[in-house]
Design a protein. Sequence first.
Length: 215
Amino acid sequence: MPTRDLTRFCLVRHGETDWNAERRLQGQLDIPLNRQGQQQASQLAAAIAQAGHRFDALYSSPLQRALDTATPLASVLQLPVRTAPALMERHFGAMQGARLDEAAHTHPEAWAAYSARTLQHDLYGGESIQTFAQRIHQAVDQLAQQHRGQRILLVAHGGVLDMIYRLASGQSLQGQRMVVVPNASLNWLSYDGQQWQVDHWADTRHLGEMSLDEI
């Protein structure tokens, strides 16, 4: 990929929450980091500082678990956190708060649509995969245009990172997830004004064994 006007994105999934550990769908419910997640956020910030990474802007979802992950990063990078509602997790409708090992019984119809990845189903009051994808693609395209040739750090959610990965890799919305999205992982992409490219994904070396995959 040419380096001229190359825009680099570093994507971070928020640190762990109690609902991550319980395998619950959080969606747009505002669940804070647990103690493990707070430690992950601190380790992530320390790793960014030690590596000497420099960024031109730091964006975060406004949900607390993302903001709490972004705050230590803002401190070491000496950048303000710019909140972007368009980076919030998918709204899972009736499925929000459901445990994945119970949802087939507690929310059978929504679970059927969720597990089949039915693109236009809103899970009874939530957001369809198609609508969610359009929101995320529009948000990152806008950021790429706004910060052309710069380096952007973006803190969001597992579903958001999955949608950006699909955009960059050409994976269809219908297919099951092809990559892991661990808590507090570093995920690097590039955009040259025409094409996206995945440079490195799911780097958790700074966390040791402390990271859970996205549910």
